[in-house]
Design a protein around this ligand. Structure first.
Ligand code: ADP
Ligand code: MG
Length: 568
């Protein structure tokens, strides 16, 4: 079903067209018409299926001239990155509808700026629950004219300990309203919220697509932190697939990796959502006609790509969703042909994530070690022998060149040797110096902070992480090991960020409890005289599992240097 079958206003149709959307995704087809009618909806669908547009388009469409200065739609997101992302997308939908003013509010950013923006008049507000509560308390966000509340990634918000905030928000808004909830899973907590705050909601569930992956051989390589690029080059060099795809999780990584590969002489091109449609088409055509041998892509950009004869798929980053793994490796082994999928992992966390994928796809992913230099050379030799034996188009000019070289004293054997050396390219091998798995983990210097809340308050690591991410605006990845003791919790943080973290977490609330955050000196008073307790949770083994949002949207996080500059 096409977007223009929806009876949307001209402004919206134009904006959607400009975004290059034509067909609606399944969740969009099912939910947009209901949302436009003002119905309460519970939507369940995998990541990357276009949920933002599913609620964003009706939200923008619903704003009228009369709503100019009133907050009419409120969108709750679990993290700053997701709030920023939803904001950005909504701004695009509202491009031709001037009366729409969307504002986003989240922790770790200037309060004054947000207050200023809200005061100027916003009709759509997007934010994290903690910061929204903050604005409600300060009366800088008034919700008495609210018509619609949207909970995006509701399960994730509950995982992060936002239940209390969500419930306070829902009980403070007018009861005559539309309540919309999107979630990847439906745990009992969500159903409880639904029951309490929604009005005859309509359930929409989109089944995840399952597909056989039997013809695809799957391997993984464990490489040292920071050495994935070298490892990938090594593999490309060793196996020299004539057509392969490399998957990364962020647009930035696609750009960086493509540049690296091109620099090393590979025929690679990147594709991602920030590129113009014309550019993307050009790259896709190149990949189809095999002039581009390596396509580096994000999941979203590669969705639905159907190119025959892809020999290998490389997962440079682990997919954020098990389902993506199937989609990715399904780019090879099409139409009954065999294919190979290689996954690169660094560190224990990724190792556990890979195990999860294995369980999900119910297939074996075998460990392989990176090829040694001698092996690479013998593989290259074989390939060159095959390539030259199979070569059918020999030009007359080639003989002419050989004869001219011979007349200069370079005989046939010597000519052939020179050309083959070029193909072998052994000189460049030392650069691909074999990356060894690094057992030590991250190199960055870390310190610990101590938070005065622990097991006694039934705290789980993801509550702690959620609160830290919300308060600092940093990525979940920036935080290390979380150890929860009876009355306190320690969290590993990068040393360079300690002042900022202490500054932005005092005060902070975790699951409704006001907490104090201090630098940990290994000697908390509550522990004095006792043997150190054994921590109960280790985040690396539990908590976020395979779906870690802070990682997923990490390309929306400015890098640390830039971020530090922006802080006040
Ligand atoms: P989700 O929230 O379900 O994980 P998103 O809303 O983030 O998914 O959408 C994923 C990507 O798909 C975004 O880049 C978005 O712009 C794009 N997208 C959404 N709907 C469509 C559509 N109908 N056609 C093409 N691209 C779409
Ligand atoms: Mg989403």
């Amino acid at each position: 079903m096409h977007f223009n079958e929806l009876n949307l206003s001209q402004e919206l149709i134009q904006a959607v067209e400009e975004l290059g959307f034509t067909e609606m995704t399944e969740i969009q087809q099912k939910s947009i018409p209901l949302l436009l009618e003002g119905k309460d909806v519970i939507g369940r669908s995998n990541t990357g299926t276009g949920k933002t547009a599913a609620f964003g388009i009706p939200a923008v469409e619903s704003i009228t001239e009369a709503d100019k200065k009133n907050v009419t739609v409120l969108i709750l997101c679990p993290t700053r990155e997701l709030a920023m992302q939803a904001h950005e997308e909504i701004r695009k939908f509202a491009k031709f509808k001037r009366i729409v003013k969307a504002v986003s509010v989240y922790g770790g950013a200037s309060m004054e700026r947000q207050i200023f923006e809200l005061k100027r008049g916003a009709n759509i507000v997007i934010g994290t629950p903690g910061r929204i509560m903050d604005h409600i308390r300060r009366k800088t966000l008034k919700l008495n004219n609210l018509r619609c509340v949207i909970l995006d990634e509701a399960d994730e918000m509950l995982n992060m300990g936002f239940r209390e905030d969500i419930e306070s928000i829902l009980s403070e808004v007018p009861t005559e309203r539309q309540t919309v909830l999107f979630s990847a899973t439906m745990p009992p907590d969500i159903l409880a919220i639904t029951e309490k705050y929604q009005n005859n909601p309509i359930h929409i569930k989109i089944k995840s697509s399952q597909k056989t992956v039997e013809l695809i051989e799957q391997f993984y390589f464990e490489v040292a932190m920071g050495r994935k690029t070298d490892a990938l080059k090594l593999l490309l060099y060793a196996y020299s697939p004539s057509s392969s795809m490399v998957f990364c999780n962020t647009k930035k990584m696609v750009d960086e990796l493509t540049e690296e590969l091109v620099k090393s002489g590979f025929k690679a091109s990147g594709i991602h959502g920030d590129m113009k449609q014309s550019q993307r088409t050009q790259v896709m055509n190149g990949f189809k006609n095999k002039s581009i041998e390596i396509l580096v892509a994000t999941d979203v950009a590669a969705r639905g790509i159907d190119v025959s004869g892809v020999d290998a798929v490389f997962n440079y980053d682990l997919p954020q969703d098990n389902e993506y793994y199937i989609h990715r490796i399904g780019r090879t082994g099409r139409a009954g042909r065999t294919g190979t999928a290689y996954t690169l992992i660094s560190g224990r966390k990724q190792f556990y994530e890979l195990r999860e994928i294995e369980k999900y796809i119910k297939a074996d992913i075998q460990e392989k070690s990176l090829p040694k230099k001698s092996e690479i050379i013998s593989i290259r030799k074989e390939n060159i022998i095959n390539e030259i034996s199979d070569c059918k188009n020999v030009s007359k000019d080639a003989y002419n060149i050989i004869d001219r070289l011979a007349s200069k004293g370079i005989d046939y054997r010597e000519t052939a040797a020179r050309i083959i050396s070029e193909k072998l390219n052994i000189e460049s091998l030392p650069e691909f110096d074999i990356p060894q798995p690094l057992k030590k983990g991250r190199k960055e210097k870390t310190v610990k902070i101590d938070i005065n809340i622990g097991r006694n308050k039934r705290i789980a690591p993801n509550f702690i992480l959620g609160a830290l991410v919300d308060a600092t605006g940093m990525s979940g990845r920036d935080f290390g090991k979380i150890d929860i003791f009876d009355t306190h919790t320690t969290v590993e943080i990068p040393e360079t960020e300690k002042d900022y973290i202490l500054d932005s977490t005092n005060p902070m609330k975790i699951n409704g409890n006001k907490v104090e955050v201090k630098l940990y000196n290994g000697n908390v008073s509550a522990m004095k005289g006792k043997r150190p307790e054994k921590p109960k949770f280790d985040r690396r083994k539990s908590a976020y599992g395979n779906r870690k949002k802070s990682d997923i949207y990490s390309d929306y996080i400015p890098n640390r240097k830039n971020r530090t500059k922006k802080r006040h």
